[in-house]
Design a binder for this molecule. Structure first.
Ligand code: ADP
Ligand code: MG
Length: 238
């Protein structure tokens, strides 16, 4: 069974329909890259999956269970944003453990999970620093660490690399894929960068004007584009 299923998922803001109705499924363990031009509805779709935007129509299921109108905090997923929104007055360790402490988890268990995440994200030695004493790449890893400690099944990334320079972006792409494999996670990674999509994805879903143009492996979209928009976006040679 698919881990995540979208059935005719639509969104309107007032009378403006930005997503008429999208269908797709993601298998457990899959890394799906959601790509499309600015304004095509990528963030809106992720926010509906996370419960940060109300879904206007259709159904969202996780492992078969209808989560369309479930509270965001009741969803077993984590979202990584472009702006890290770390707490500036808290240390790395406290930023990472904050959500678990709020939930009243056992302190020993919190400690163990933070230690694991610190190792996994190569943040050893930086545990007691504050965000202002870290580089952009390190702050990005702390933001991911905050998600990792919650041990979610589904990861949603909304253009998390846009604030990084080219070299760090290339390196972080690899780190995110490695994290995905290690955690046995299912991931949706949003970008407007076709190179990022081609190099990271198991499958690519290409959006335009709130409509799914094609979903398939990078090879599928490259070799067998559904229409000229897909061909141009992916860069199929004439
Ligand atoms: P993307 O992430 O692909 O750049 P978005 O999901 O942010 O696109 O936006 C999709 C469309 O929805 C755009 O036309 C945008 O202007 C519109 N939109 C997004 N958020 C709102 C909002 N809160 N109110 C009205 N329109 C919105
Ligand atoms: Mg966006």
């Amino acid at each position: 069974m698919a881990h995540l299923q979208l059935q005719k998922v639509g969104k309107s803001y007032g009378t403006v329909e930005v997503i008429p109705g999208i269908d797709f499924e993601i298998n457990s363990g899959e890394f799906l890259v959601l790509v499309g031009p600015s304004g095509s509805g990528k963030s809106t779709l992720l926010k509906m999956i996370a419960g940060l935007e109300e879904t206007t129509s259709g159904k969202i299921r996780v492992d078969g269970e209808d989560i369309t109108h479930l509270d965001p905090s009741a969803r077993d997923l984590a979202m990584v944003f472009q702006s890290y929104a770390l707490y500036p007055h808290m240390t790395v360790k406290d930023n990472m453990s904050f959500a678990l402490r709020m939930r009243g988890e056992d302190p020993t268990e919190i400690d163990r999970r933070v230690k694991d995440a610190v190792t996994m994200l190569d943040l050893g030695g930086l545990e007691n620093r504050k965000p202002g004493q870290l580089s952009g790449g390190q702050r990005q890893r702390v933001a991911m660490g905050r998600c990792v400690v919650r041990n979610p099944k589904l990861f949603l990334f909304d253009e998390p690399l846009s604030n990084l320079d080219a070299k760090l972006r290339a390196q972080t792409r690899i780190e995110i894929r490695r994290l995905h494999e290690r955690l046995n996670a299912t991931s949706i990674f949003v970008t407007h960068d076709q190179v990022e999509a081609m190099t990271m994805a198991d499958r690519i879903a290409l959006l335009k004007d709130g409509k799914l143009q094609q979903i398939g492996s990078p090879q599928d979209l490259y070799l067998r584009p559904n229409n000229s928009f897909v061909a141009t976006f992916i860069g199929t040679p004439e």
